[in-house]
Design a protein. Sequence first.
Length: 138
Amino acid sequence: MPVIFVASSKTLSNWGASVGISKSLYKVGLADDAQAAIEAMNAAGVAAADDWKLVKAADAGDMGADDLAERLGAAGIVVDPNYYPKLRRTEGVVRVRPETVENSLLIEKAMANETNLDMKIKPADNADWLIRLAMRQG
């Protein structure tokens, strides 16, 4: 069974902040083994970075790579790899806006009748949001 994984790179985050995209950049992909995929990404220097770390992985069910690309593309968060030379041939790099994730978590907490709505968004929260977004049908 394939898994959907979310990976982060400090090098990519620093680059994204320096060029004005966002420091909240992640690589979302499908693989049979997420940790092996991360090791392969580091060995290949994906997006000119060799410090990729697995943030989160989840069972992808019967989702294919085309489905993943279509769902992330429909959300409008995919960074175009043809526009930025550093990302050439690197599919699945996405930009996450912290306020979008925060709004999503606030709604979830409000719907669960939680009284404490204070939070600090962490990379794991961003990864959870990305996985939920990719797994959503239609």
